[in-house]
Design a protein around this ligand. Sequence first.
Ligand code: HEC
Ligand code: HEC
Length: 433
Amino acid sequence: MDSSNFATCTLKRLIRLAPNSVEKFRTKVRGTTWRRTLFRAASAASFVLLAACNAGGGGHAAKVTAEPNSGLSPTAGLGKKIFSDETLSASGRQSCATCHSPDHAHAQPNNLAVQPGGTNLDRPGFRAVPSLRYLDLNPAFSFSDEGTPTGGFNRDGRAQTLAAQAQRPFLAQHEMANANKEEVIKRLRRASYFEEFRNVFGSHILEHPDEAFDRLTFALQQFQVEAPEFHPFNSRYDQFLAGKATLNDAEQRGLAIFNDPEKGNCFACHPSAKGADGTPPLFTDFTFDNLGVPRNSAIAANRDSTYFDLGLCGPDRIDLAAQAELCGAFKVPTLRNVATRKVFFHNGAFTSQRDAVSFYARRDTHPGEWYPAGPGGAPQKFNDLPQQYRDNVNTDEVPYDRLPGMMPALSAADIDDLVRFLETLTDLSTSAQ
Ligand code: HEC
Ligand code: HEC
């Protein structure tokens, strides 16, 4: 594939991710009114463009056969090998698949808040590992016409494409910890699929480590976009939507609560209905919100009481640091496969799904259940945010529109039903463990 093709494919990818239909919800964030925007991605159109992109591989790609029976293009087939190649890390013991385990819906296999990485696998990370499922329909980051931040990769949306995202784990000193791109390419030269890499991208590519590194990350992107294992759409809920399965009573009650604007109101950010064109729901609208999740002392960086992970406004992301109203907002994750997760929210503050759901209902009515007591004995609400950003937390939308002494929006039985419903969102190819 030559570089013009590479650029065209990347561009097509950005275009294909443009949302095709929009519904609006209002949410108020610290004086500014963002309009919550629900995107229904055009998946049918996207696959047409994708096919065009792969066909455009031309040249070198045509000389290489795809993985036998995998249905993957040669580029994606390479991406698959790179994804689980531990020799590309400084430790020699970590690959993408180590943290994004295929057996755990491409999320972390353990219940640590953050994963260790680095040369000796002893440098702690900063955020819980998100699932890599269904990200092929995640749009690039932008502000909508109404000013709602939307899309992008990572929990702060800072990477514009999956390929751009894939650069960081190779170089981050708390992850695969290569000193620079040259070092990654040096390791690649020793990989068993090195010859294949040269055949797909051309042998001249290795004279330019920067370009070779771009191709390496592009291959990872194509693997995540093309391989059905990243977006099987075969959960029981998908079968239910297709009229091929039924939900039991508890699951149906859970679904009704999820979609009830006066009860769970979950669908306002985690859309659960098929798009007008029949596209299956993704359970995220790709927007950002500030839930005021409790601080997690299991994250080493949090031992420094002046350190705060503020999502959209830093520290990893720097371009929005001046927009104080965005501080503490993180991307809405998909709830597909949420029942297989071992830790919840950006900082892994919860290890039980029931607690994560319960937090929504009881955060404001029973803050003492979630936050440590302050010097005066009162719970320190929103203690993972500096004082000046605590007003940014969403306290307007159901189910957070309560005060201490009020009834929670959800009863214990409602929470049980919601959890049962969420369990129907597990892909069949991924066993909940
Ligand atoms: C040490 C664990 C670790 C390794 C190794 C790792 N990741 Fe990640 N990955 C994470 C964490 C943690 C995040 C969230 C980072 C953030 O929000 O800043 C993440 C985020 C991502 C995202 C963005 C997901 C989203 O919801 O936007 C993608 C895509 C991704 N990783 C792909 C990869 C690929 C490809 C590799 C291999 C080159 C890789 N990761 C290696 C831990 C890891
Ligand atoms: C106003 C938007 C909004 C609403 C309404 C909402 N969520 Fe969320 N949800 C989010 C955001 C944002 C996150 C990620 C927060 C973070 O990482 O700190 C999230 C994360 C989660 C998680 C953790 C997933 C993970 O991968 O760690 C669960 C579980 C969840 N939501 C369930 C629900 C349920 C159940 C409801 C309804 C009771 C609901 N949400 C309503 C925005 C929302």
